[in-house]
Design a protein around this ligand. Structure first.
Ligand code: SF4
Ligand code: SF4
Length: 185
């Protein structure tokens, strides 16, 4: 078990990272929103022992962050969290306390419980000047834009009701962002 992963936590039947993100590495390419041909739904990777390096290195935020409990597994919560290095260009509008931020992709409707938990976590990240980017999964082979939340939500973190209201507006704005066909680099 890698030291940077939460002990005794495994993916179970989840295969979100074999479908939702782009894989655009020299050894493997996969369009966003398209299940990898090596993945069998409910079974998992059929080439697990020989899977490419890009897959060996990748684990989602739920596998890294103990504060996200078991209910946050992406296929259960509809929330896909990735730890991301965000460039200075992504920091426009605020000063980040840390170069690594979180990219959160909403995969579908959220339960009331996860909406509240997500709001609390985003409030904490924004208050700590940790960059957090929000997007909504697009249709297959398409990428939707993403919003850097810190400059938008920074005025609200100490007021829970105002923060929840602002976040609801941001969720709607993210869902309305246009999706565009993805092209490999
Ligand atoms: S998204 Fe996370 S929990 Fe799901 S398969 Fe990938 S690493 Fe495992
Ligand atoms: S090769 Fe395996 S681990 Fe990598 S994306 Fe495909 S199914 Fe997932």
């Amino acid at each position: 078990m890698r030291a940077d992963l939460v002990p005794h936590r495994d993916c179970g039947p989840c295969n979100v990272c074999c479908k939702v993100p782009i894989i655009d590495a020299p050894e493997m390419k996969k369009m966003p929103g398209v299940l990898c041909p090596n993945c069998v739904a409910g079974v998992g990777c059929q080439i697990y022992e020989t899977r490419p390096e890009v897959c060996r290195e990748h684990y989602c935020g739920w596998r890294h962050l103990a504060l996200l409990d078991d209910s946050w597994r992406p296929d259960l919560s509809n929330i896909y969290v990735e730890l991301k290095y965000l460039s200075a260009q992504d920091y426009s509008g605020f000063t980040a306390a840390h170069p690594t931020g979180l990219r959160i992709t909403l995969l579908g409707e959220l339960s009331a419980e996860h909406t509240e938990l997500l709001a609390a976590n985003i409030a904490s990240l924004v208050a700590g000047d940790i960059p957090v980017v929000l997007t909504v999964a697009g249709p297959p082979e398409q990428m939707r834009g993403a919003l850097l939340l810190n400059p938008i939500l920074k005025p609200y973190p100490s007021d829970k009701a105002a923060f929840a209201e602002a976040l609801a507006v941001v969720f709607r704005a993210c869902r309305d962002l246009p999706a565009q066909p993805y092209a490999f680099s």
